[in-house]
Design a binder for this molecule. Structure first.
Ligand code: C2O
Length: 510
């Protein structure tokens, strides 16, 4: 029988009575914590700290602890992000079921940035009840999160991510699931749209405290790879990310996973401990259908804010009948999605090196081939050129939880006054980890890609698109908790100022 992972906010009533699924979860968390030794590294694979260590664990010097072969294995910054976390959750769910003796228990999800339900941006009450006997509470969270304030509303980034049309890419353009990589890696550098803002932003804002300048004043569990899995909320956040993968697939018939003949993705395997001893190995190809893993979600509806792009109508020979309305091609009564429009090979049309993202002045990218960024070259069916903005090699030790990235904001204005010029948001989860010289890629940082075709069109409509240059400005997203006294108390007294930089800011056309 297929189990259903429930939306935790639909299970929560006004009185704050805990839903049964959380009563059981708290019991399992307690059982798992009791399996951890009072000091020193965890030893039992079914214990709480061990499960978290599989995501990440820091050595004393702050690098990734791989002293156990199953530790520090989370996959970020590549097309392995979604499948690895799906496996991790499935294996964890089995461990919880084992401890509860209930094979029907299913992880609930927290849809923190629901464009249709701003009230869900608050932590569910069970996680906020500050009692010593509440296993779901931890003070290793931000004052804002534990205080019951809503997270800053960046839910339009969910809508934006659902509109990205490819799962993964190796050509440098924007993707939903991350950059294609031939090898698994702890940090693959190139984040997909879903990994960045909905995902990383929730991590940082739930975990860390910031002052009103965006300086980090305290760091909690959710803010770092090495501690995130210790927060019981982590698992509900990731159930939602896992759900959004299915929402994306359903949102547009042209959305699909990488082809199953691509062994670098399909056949890559990861290993997890299983109840009763030993490990269970999943191939990516084994986890593409959640019902085969035994679960579905209460809802996989697309937000009302999502307007799918009309599916492209393939050009037919003159006089050929029009393709049927509704976006699909009718084939023997089966609706088949049209193949995505083949994209021209992306070309770099401009780049600028070493940009500070924490400064007020915009970065300027001179465009070498301005003609490539026109609104269509008149060739039948070619359509307008698509434009992308790539921020490569983003590094730093401290940063605001996210930055809004704007294109061509008029001098003297703030980007916030020009929502049509918003390229998107860059969340800074994993920044410090990816910037360490002893990290997998030698501290080369994160990469984030935005499609800015719509921004280019908005500017062109107003006669303000400059074919010779693009300016890029960054504005921090600042979470301000209502309880400022609690924030002052929580503050460690060492405000760390943002030092975010990008090795290269690149404009691509395709
Ligand atoms: Cu592997 Cu949300 O992180």
């Amino acid at each position: 029988m297929t189990r259903t992972r429930m939306d935790i906010w639909t299970r929560t009533d006004d009185e704050g009575t805990w839903p049964e699924v959380l009563v059981a979860y708290a019991r399992a968390v307690e059982t798992m914590r009791a399996l951890d030794p009072p000091t020193g590294p965890p030893t039992d694979p079914l214990s709480w700290q061990f499960q978290a260590a599989m995501h990440g664990r820091a050595t004393e010097t702050g690098s990734a602890d791989r002293s156990h072969p199953l530790w520090s294995r989370c996959q970020h910054g590549s097309w392995f992000f979604l499948p690895w976390h799906r496996m991790y959750l499935a294996a964890f769910e089995a461990v919880v079921q084992h401890h509860l003796g209930d094979d029907q228990w299913s992880l609930p999800y927290w849809y923190a940035l629901d464009p249709d339900r701003p009230t869900a941006a608050v932590l569910p009450p069970a996680f906020r009840e500050a009692r010593a006997d509440n296993a779901l509470f931890t003070d290793q969270r931000s004052v804002l999160a534990n205080g019951g304030d809503p997270l800053p509303d960046v839910s339009d980034s969910v809508t934006q991510a659902l509109g990205v049309d490819v799962f993964a890419t190796d050509t440098g353009v924007a993707s939903f699931g991350g950059g294609e990589r031939s090898q698994p890696s702890f940090f693959g550098e190139e984040m997909g749209a879903i990994e960045d803002t909905p995902h990383g932003f929730v991590h940082v804002v739930v975990g860390n405290d910031f002052d009103d300048q965006g300086n980090t004043v305290r760091e909690g569990w959710m803010g770092s790879f090495f501690t995130a899995g210790l927060d019981p909320l982590f698992w509900l956040h990731h159930a939602n990310l896992d759900r959004l993968w299915q929402v994306w697939l359903d949102a547009n018939p042209a959305h699909r996973n990488p082809p199953d003949d691509d062994p670098a993705w399909f056949r890559t395997r990861f290993r997890f401990p299983k109840p009763g001893g030993g490990t269970r190995t999943f191939r990516v190809g084994d986890v593409l259908d959640t019902t085969a893993l035994g679960y579905t979600y209460e809802s996989v509806g697309v937000p009302s804010t999502f307007l799918p792009a009309p599916a492209p109508v393939p050009p037919g020979p003159p006089g050929a009948p029009e393709a049927p309305a509704g976006g699909g091609i009718e084939m023997g009564g089966v609706e088949e999605a049209p193949p995505p429009r083949p994209m021209a090979t992306p070309q770099v049309v401009g780049a600028t090196q070493d940009v500070s993202l924490a400064q007020a002045a915009p970065a300027v990218v001179e465009l070498s081939e301005p003609s490539d960024l026109g609104l269509g070259d008149g060739e039948a069916g070619a359509g307008p050129t698509r434009v992308y903005l790539r921020l490569e090699g983003i590094t730093g030790t401290a940063a605001a939880p996210a930055y809004e990235v704007y294109v061509n904001v008029p001098a003297g204005d703030r980007g916030g006054e020009h929502p049509e010029l918003l390229a998107g948001r860059l969340a800074t989860f994993g920044l410090a980890e990816a910037s360490r010289a002893d990290s997998e890629h030698g501290g080369s940082g994160l990469t984030k890609v935005f499609e800015i075709t719509a921004v280019r069109d908005a500017l062109a409509d107003r006669g303000r698109w400059d074919p010779s240059r693009v300016t890029v400005s960054f504005e921090p997203v600042l979470p301000v908790p209502s309880d400022t006294d609690a924030l002052a108390q929580a503050s460690t007294g060492m405000a760390r100022a943002p030092d975010l930089r990008a090795a290269r800011v690149v404009v691509l056309s395709a």
